[in-house]
Design a protein around this ligand. Structure first.
Ligand code: ACO
Length: 151
Protein backbone atom coordinates (compact mmCIF):
# COMPACT_ATOMS: atom_id res chain seq x y z
CA UNK A 1 0.00 0.00 0.00
CA UNK A 2 2.81 2.38 0.94
CA UNK A 3 3.99 2.84 -2.65
CA UNK A 4 0.60 3.41 -4.24
CA UNK A 5 -0.54 6.86 -5.30
CA UNK A 6 -3.26 8.38 -3.16
CA UNK A 7 -6.65 7.33 -4.45
CA UNK A 8 -5.64 3.76 -5.34
CA UNK A 9 -5.89 0.55 -3.29
CA UNK A 10 -4.63 -2.97 -3.87
CA UNK A 11 -6.92 -6.00 -3.43
CA UNK A 12 -7.02 -9.70 -4.30
CA UNK A 13 -9.49 -10.35 -7.13
CA UNK A 14 -13.01 -10.31 -5.63
CA UNK A 15 -16.20 -12.05 -6.78
CA UNK A 16 -17.92 -8.75 -7.57
CA UNK A 17 -15.06 -7.36 -9.67
CA UNK A 18 -17.19 -8.37 -12.67
CA UNK A 19 -19.34 -5.31 -11.84
CA UNK A 20 -16.22 -3.21 -11.19
CA UNK A 21 -15.03 -3.51 -14.78
CA UNK A 22 -12.33 -6.16 -14.33
CA UNK A 23 -12.94 -7.66 -17.77
CA UNK A 24 -12.95 -4.21 -19.41
CA UNK A 25 -9.43 -3.65 -18.06
CA UNK A 26 -8.30 -7.04 -19.41
CA UNK A 27 -9.54 -6.04 -22.86
CA UNK A 28 -6.48 -3.73 -23.26
CA UNK A 29 -4.55 -6.99 -23.55
CA UNK A 30 -6.54 -9.14 -25.92
CA UNK A 31 -10.00 -10.41 -26.92
CA UNK A 32 -11.91 -11.13 -23.69
CA UNK A 33 -15.11 -12.53 -25.25
CA UNK A 34 -18.74 -11.93 -24.28
CA UNK A 35 -19.02 -13.00 -20.65
CA UNK A 36 -22.17 -13.35 -18.55
CA UNK A 37 -22.22 -13.32 -14.76
CA UNK A 38 -22.39 -17.15 -14.96
CA UNK A 39 -19.26 -17.56 -17.11
CA UNK A 40 -17.49 -15.10 -14.80
CA UNK A 41 -18.59 -16.99 -11.68
CA UNK A 42 -17.54 -20.36 -13.12
CA UNK A 43 -13.98 -19.17 -13.69
CA UNK A 44 -13.83 -17.16 -10.46
CA UNK A 45 -14.93 -20.22 -8.42
CA UNK A 46 -12.37 -22.46 -10.18
CA UNK A 47 -9.59 -20.01 -9.32
CA UNK A 48 -10.85 -19.66 -5.75
CA UNK A 49 -10.80 -23.45 -5.32
CA UNK A 50 -7.16 -23.36 -6.45
CA UNK A 51 -6.17 -20.33 -4.41
CA UNK A 52 -2.72 -21.75 -3.67
CA UNK A 53 -2.06 -21.67 -7.43
CA UNK A 54 -3.87 -18.59 -8.83
CA UNK A 55 -3.16 -15.19 -7.31
CA UNK A 56 -4.84 -12.31 -9.11
CA UNK A 57 -4.59 -8.79 -7.74
CA UNK A 58 -6.37 -5.59 -8.65
CA UNK A 59 -5.57 -1.94 -8.07
CA UNK A 60 -8.82 -0.06 -7.53
CA UNK A 61 -9.51 3.57 -8.36
CA UNK A 62 -11.16 4.59 -5.08
CA UNK A 63 -12.92 7.57 -6.66
CA UNK A 64 -14.86 5.52 -9.22
CA UNK A 65 -14.72 2.11 -7.44
CA UNK A 66 -13.57 0.64 -10.77
CA UNK A 67 -10.61 -1.65 -11.45
CA UNK A 68 -7.66 0.41 -12.75
CA UNK A 69 -5.02 -2.33 -13.07
CA UNK A 70 -4.59 -6.06 -12.63
CA UNK A 71 -2.14 -8.94 -12.84
CA UNK A 72 -1.88 -12.65 -12.03
CA UNK A 73 0.85 -14.98 -10.80
CA UNK A 74 0.40 -18.73 -11.27
CA UNK A 75 2.47 -21.01 -9.06
CA UNK A 76 3.78 -24.09 -10.89
CA UNK A 77 4.96 -27.18 -8.95
CA UNK A 78 8.00 -28.96 -10.43
CA UNK A 79 10.13 -32.03 -9.69
CA UNK A 80 13.28 -30.20 -10.77
CA UNK A 81 15.05 -27.95 -8.28
CA UNK A 82 13.95 -30.47 -5.65
CA UNK A 83 10.20 -29.95 -5.95
CA UNK A 84 10.80 -26.33 -6.89
CA UNK A 85 8.12 -23.72 -7.49
CA UNK A 86 8.08 -21.35 -10.47
CA UNK A 87 5.91 -18.24 -10.63
CA UNK A 88 4.39 -17.35 -14.00
CA UNK A 89 3.25 -13.74 -14.36
CA UNK A 90 0.25 -13.43 -16.69
CA UNK A 91 -2.41 -10.97 -17.82
CA UNK A 92 -0.90 -7.67 -16.76
CA UNK A 93 -3.23 -4.86 -17.75
CA UNK A 94 -3.58 -1.20 -16.81
CA UNK A 95 -6.73 0.58 -17.99
CA UNK A 96 -5.77 3.06 -20.71
CA UNK A 97 -6.95 6.04 -18.64
CA UNK A 98 -4.57 5.02 -15.80
CA UNK A 99 -1.45 4.07 -17.80
CA UNK A 100 1.81 5.90 -17.07
CA UNK A 101 1.02 6.40 -13.36
CA UNK A 102 3.31 3.60 -12.12
CA UNK A 103 0.40 1.22 -11.52
CA UNK A 104 1.94 -1.40 -13.84
CA UNK A 105 5.18 -1.40 -11.87
CA UNK A 106 3.20 -1.67 -8.60
CA UNK A 107 1.27 -4.68 -9.91
CA UNK A 108 4.53 -6.43 -10.84
CA UNK A 109 6.10 -5.60 -7.44
CA UNK A 110 3.10 -7.15 -5.66
CA UNK A 111 3.24 -10.29 -7.84
CA UNK A 112 7.02 -10.63 -7.30
CA UNK A 113 6.37 -10.40 -3.55
CA UNK A 114 3.77 -13.22 -3.79
CA UNK A 115 6.24 -15.30 -5.82
CA UNK A 116 8.89 -14.82 -3.14
CA UNK A 117 6.50 -15.40 -0.24
CA UNK A 118 5.21 -18.68 -1.75
CA UNK A 119 8.80 -19.93 -2.14
CA UNK A 120 9.34 -19.69 -5.91
CA UNK A 121 12.97 -19.97 -7.03
CA UNK A 122 12.21 -17.82 -10.10
CA UNK A 123 9.41 -15.75 -11.63
CA UNK A 124 9.06 -15.64 -15.42
CA UNK A 125 6.78 -14.09 -18.04
CA UNK A 126 6.23 -13.74 -21.79
CA UNK A 127 5.78 -10.31 -23.31
CA UNK A 128 5.71 -8.33 -26.55
CA UNK A 129 9.09 -6.86 -27.54
CA UNK A 130 7.68 -3.34 -27.07
CA UNK A 131 7.12 -4.08 -23.37
CA UNK A 132 10.70 -5.27 -22.71
CA UNK A 133 11.79 -1.82 -21.37
CA UNK A 134 8.84 -1.85 -18.95
CA UNK A 135 9.76 -5.29 -17.56
CA UNK A 136 13.44 -4.33 -17.36
CA UNK A 137 12.36 -1.43 -15.12
CA UNK A 138 10.54 -4.04 -13.01
CA UNK A 139 13.80 -5.98 -12.51
CA UNK A 140 13.40 -8.66 -15.22
CA UNK A 141 16.01 -9.56 -17.85
CA UNK A 142 15.50 -11.19 -21.28
CA UNK A 143 16.13 -14.98 -21.25
CA UNK A 144 15.82 -17.44 -24.15
CA UNK A 145 12.81 -17.25 -26.53
CA UNK A 146 9.05 -17.44 -26.44
CA UNK A 147 7.31 -20.07 -28.63
CA UNK A 148 3.58 -20.50 -29.32
CA UNK A 149 1.26 -23.03 -30.94
CA UNK A 150 -2.30 -21.77 -31.50
CA UNK A 151 -5.18 -24.28 -31.78
N1 ACO B 1 8.15 1.06 -23.22
C1 ACO B 1 9.10 1.70 -22.48
N2 ACO B 1 8.93 2.04 -21.18
C2 ACO B 1 7.73 1.79 -20.62
C3 ACO B 1 6.68 1.14 -21.33
C4 ACO B 1 6.93 0.77 -22.68
N3 ACO B 1 6.01 0.12 -23.42
N4 ACO B 1 5.60 1.03 -20.50
C5 ACO B 1 5.99 1.58 -19.34
N5 ACO B 1 7.27 2.02 -19.40
C6 ACO B 1 8.06 2.64 -18.33
C7 ACO B 1 7.46 3.93 -17.82
O1 ACO B 1 7.86 5.03 -18.59
C8 ACO B 1 7.99 3.98 -16.41
O2 ACO B 1 9.32 4.43 -16.42
P1 ACO B 1 9.92 5.39 -15.27
O3 ACO B 1 9.78 4.62 -13.97
O4 ACO B 1 11.34 5.61 -15.68
O5 ACO B 1 9.08 6.62 -15.29
C9 ACO B 1 8.01 2.51 -15.97
O6 ACO B 1 8.08 1.75 -17.20
C10 ACO B 1 6.79 2.09 -15.19
O7 ACO B 1 5.65 2.38 -15.96
P2 ACO B 1 4.17 2.33 -15.38
O8 ACO B 1 3.62 3.70 -15.23
O9 ACO B 1 4.13 1.46 -14.17
O10 ACO B 1 3.45 1.60 -16.60
P3 ACO B 1 1.88 1.37 -16.81
O11 ACO B 1 1.15 1.53 -15.54
O12 ACO B 1 1.42 2.17 -17.97
O13 ACO B 1 1.86 -0.18 -17.20
C11 ACO B 1 1.77 -1.70 -19.08
C12 ACO B 1 2.62 -0.69 -18.28
C13 ACO B 1 1.37 -2.86 -18.15
C14 ACO B 1 2.61 -2.24 -20.22
C15 ACO B 1 0.50 -0.95 -19.56
O14 ACO B 1 0.86 0.10 -20.39
C16 ACO B 1 -0.53 -1.84 -20.28
O15 ACO B 1 -1.47 -2.36 -19.66
N6 ACO B 1 -0.39 -1.98 -21.62
C17 ACO B 1 -1.36 -2.73 -22.44
C18 ACO B 1 -1.44 -4.22 -22.06
C19 ACO B 1 -0.09 -4.92 -22.04
O16 ACO B 1 0.71 -4.81 -22.98
N7 ACO B 1 0.17 -5.68 -20.94
C20 ACO B 1 1.41 -6.47 -20.74
C21 ACO B 1 1.24 -7.83 -21.34
S1 ACO B 1 2.58 -8.94 -20.98
C22 ACO B 1 2.01 -9.90 -19.70
O17 ACO B 1 0.87 -9.88 -19.35
C23 ACO B 1 2.98 -10.84 -18.96
Amino acid sequence: QANLHEGYRLFPLRSNDFERGYLDVLSVLTEVGAHSIDTWNAQFQFMKKHNDTYFTITIMDELTNRVAATGTILIEHKFVHKNGLVGHIEDIAVDSSHQGKKLGIRVIEALKFIGQATGCYKVILDCASKNIPFYEKCGFAPKESQMAWYI
